[in-house]
Design a protein around this ligand. Structure first.
Ligand SMILES: [Zn+2]
Length: 448
């Protein structure tokens, strides 16, 4: 049992309740048993004094490619297609050792940035690379984060009109069989699940129509979620119009990819009718503002998406397309991006935090158990320290978190279990993760 007291609590419940000085109690089953204003008289177990801190739900990362930690800092001035064609040949050399090391660093860094649940979109499976999915799942278990890896895939290479080279794609049936095997082996449908699998063909320009269609059928047969990249760049839009005669969202609709069990990465280039379709079907969007800026892809119409009740979460995207990879910092980037498009009324701090928490939980289908601080929900919580030089004097603590510099994490809990304490990982050594990631990077750079 843990009691956190003397703390400002941003609950992110339906009314956006904030307790200026409140408490939260976590039971031994890893769920929240009390939340409210003031102190609590009866307490036992660990008592945490939250003076100078803000308590929020743990952040939920809705789009990532952990393996990219091993290829950061390359193709720095390219568009998405230029960046991809530079990196594909290097990624073709991935193996379980490299992916495990990259995932360790990527997930450790995410935990230190206030993330308690992350998805991963892995779609490169070299034939002799070993079990890369197993390697990243082992890394997540070590760090202690709740993990939603997706079994991605690519089956449309250059010879068939796609973008990736022939040696990084799989055969369609082989990819589908491996995806089903991953679900059978790893997916935990329980409400407390630490590990869930989703089905995630990569993008319209690297996947055949048959794989998109059959992936949707597979996911629905198995009761798991669907994820892919969509409407990220003008190049993709042009590809879809040329290949399929429709926009990316019209294509998604055609192949059975709109629905409340689907969330799409980016959704940058959406016209009014596309936004209306996403809203009407409850299709989610993983908004990745830093990656979109780094690749110069454009800025998503998040205000309009929210106004159409589209579930929107935040994603850092792969570390090779935005080297910061800090989910806490993405709160501010999302707010800035919305305001650059629509002025200061386009998003406030409360809405930015909603994207990073309950919005992300909705994308992953975990909104009943994650994303807000309410009695009965899982105790995935982050205590942000806001009394240091970077934040002290910003009296509204929620504003300090979103408008201020990335805040240090005093304590992060996943299901009531600490994964970060006083800015350090509980279950792993940051220097060792860095060393391992450096080794993985050097191993790949031979193939540059
Ligand atoms: Zn991505």
């Amino acid at each position: 049992m843990i009691t956190i007291e003397n703390v400002t609590v941003a609950t992110v419940d339906a009314a956006d309740t904030v307790f200026a000085r409140g408490h939260v109690v976590v039971g031994d089953d890893g769920r929240i048993t009390a939340v409210g204003a003031g102190d609590i008289s009866e307490k036992s177990g660990r008592i945490v004094d939250g003076s100078g801190c803000l308590l929020t739900p743990g952040l939920v990362n809705t789009h990532h490619h952990l393996y990219q930690w091993a290829t950061r800092g390359l193709a720095l001035d390219e568009t998405l297609f230029g960046w991809l064609t530079t990196l594909y040949p290097i990624w073709g050399r991935l193996d379980a050792d490299v992916v495990g090391a990259a995932a360790g660093a990527g997930l450790g860094w995410l935990a230190l940035s206030g993330c308690t649940t992350s998805m991963d979109h892995h779609y490169v499976f070299p034939r002799d690379g070993g079990d890369v999915l197993e390697a990243e799942i082992a890394a997540a278990r070590k760090i202690g984060l709740r993990f939603h890896p997706t079994r991605g895939s690519m089956d449309l290479s250059r010879k068939d009109g796609g973008l990736p080279p022939d040696n990084v794609v799989e055969e369609t049936d082989e990819a589908l069989a491996a995806t089903e095997a991953a679900i059978d082996r790893w997916h935990d449908p329980s409400p407390d699940a630490m590990l869930q699998i989703a089905v995630a063909p990569c993008s319209p320009f690297s996947v055949t129509t048959r794989l998109m269609e059959e992936a949707a059928v597979l996911a629905r047969r198995k009761g798991v979620r669907l994820h892919t990249h969509l409407a990220e760049t003008d190049d993709e839009e042009e590809f879809c119009r040329k290949q399929f005669g429709v926009t990316p969202v019209e294509y998604a609709e055609r192949v059975g990819w709109l629905g409340d069990d689907v969330w799409l990465a980016h959704g940058v280039h959406l016209d009014d009718s596309a936004i209306a379709k996403l809203g009407a079907t409850g299709t989610g969007v993983a908004h990745c503002p830093s990656s979109n800026a780094r690749l110069g892809a454009g800025s998503a119409r998040v205000r309009e998406l929210l106004d159409h009740r589209v579930p929107v979460g935040l994603g850092v995207d792969g570390a090779a397309s935005q080297e910061v990879s800090h989910l806490g910092a993405e709160l501010r980037q999302a707010l800035y991006t919305a305001r650059l498009r629509g002025g200061p009324a386009a998003m406030n701090a409360r809405e930015a935090l909603r994207l990073g928490t309950i919005g992300g939980a909705r994308c992953l289908g975990r909104q009943d158990d994650l994303g807000s601080i309410e009695v009965g929900k899982l105790a995935d919580l982050v205590l942000w320290r806001l009394d240091g030089m970077g934040h002290d004097g910003i009296d509204d603590r929620l504003a300090a978190l979103v408008f201020g510099p990335p805040a240090p994490v005093e304590l992060a809990l996943v299901g009531g279990t600490p994964v970060v304490e006083r800015g350090e990982l509980v279950n792993a050594d940051e220097e060792e993760l860095t060393r391992e990631a450096r080794r993985a990077h050097r191993k790949l750079m031979v193939y540059r």
